[in-house]
Design a protein around this ligand. Sequence first.
Ligand SMILES: NC(=O)c1ccc[n+]([C@@H]2O[C@H](COP(=O)([O-])OP(=O)(O)OC[C@H]3O[C@@H](n4cnc5c(N)ncnc54)[C@H](O)[C@@H]3O)[C@@H](O)[C@H]2O)c1
Length: 350
Amino acid sequence: MNAIPEPVGPPQRGEMLVHVAAADVAHPCVTSNPIQFGEQLHAEARLVDDLVVPAPVVGPVLRETPSTAAIDGGNGLGLVVGPKANEIAMKKAEAVGSGWVTVRNSNHFGIAGYYPLQALARDLIGFAFTNSIALVSPARGSGRVLGTNPIAVAFPGRDEPPVVIDLATSVVPFGKIEIAQRLAQPLGAAWATDRHGQPTREPTDVIGGGALTPLGGTEAGAAHKGYCLSAMVDLLSGVLAGANWGPFCPPFRIDQPIPTRSVGAGLGHCFGALQIAGFADPDGFKRSVDEWCRTMRAVQPADPAKPVLIPGDPERAAEAERRVHGIPLPPAVVADLQTLARLTGASPVV
Ligand SMILES: NC(=O)c1ccc[n+]([C@@H]2O[C@H](COP(=O)([O-])OP(=O)(O)OC[C@H]3O[C@@H](n4cnc5c(N)ncnc54)[C@H](O)[C@@H]3O)[C@@H](O)[C@H]2O)c1
């Protein structure tokens, strides 16, 4: 049985672009992260160039059990494919306790944390993973071999806000290297290496063929753990899904080279959802999450000016601030938006 909702009519490209850009701006986590927003606009530029399908038929279901499915994203825009696949995982969790869905033949799906937040709204614990174009070296390696492969999972509190863990498995995203170059500033220590795998603080070394480092940064900083987490994401959302993996992932930016070899279809994602009641009384669990949060917040800070936070706090604070003062968009992002509006005939959104 094909449980996938059918797309509602084929929208025009300009219409879809405006829809996607509006959804991005509306989303709190994206509004708190202009670097990620800029990356997303590059993905939408691929849409303008007809490199991705704006309204894909997400399917067919390649394999299915009551709690799992492997689906084909139809080379669709990841922001369209991802929510549909996540919906299947959540429906399965509601029906049988847990749901896991892999996706092949997709594209950049935006911020990973968006998907577990959808699960929270349905009283589920949600997970999301995706692989992405190779920009990161493995521990002890050189060159661009792995994506920034994010991990996201969220847990509901009862009276406390949810714990939202949403992180790339590299020390920094590539956008931070580009910003440092524009501002003529040195990179942070252990952010990146040059083309020979040597640590560098010079942005042009990285842009000219170097790589980002996995979380941990150096051997002494336990970069092997970031590499292990990135491997987990790539094996789940790439290899298990039947998508490309590692250095073979297709680019989501039109200015990035296309790999010469393909080992699967498109980019891959993996979504998970768990019914809390399958493990614990939901209300009791949420009270315990509250207590967990309060325990962490009560820890004596090492620096009195910097209290211990709960994952998700920085994005909530940024959202609150930006709802009042607006979203700071880098000039390059504004230029991208204006170009996209001109190319599609849509009204300029900024
Ligand atoms: N789709 C893709 O291909 C892709 C790839 C990489 C990253 N991303 C997205 O980029 C965004 C940024 O990722 P990032 O790794 O730079 O995030 P980050 O480093 O800003 O935050 C990572 C996590 O740490 C938490 N956090 C931050 N400071 C904290 C503190 N002091 N105490 C406790 N928790 C704290 C945050 O709430 C968040 O959950 C994410 O939304 C991610 O999904 C997407």
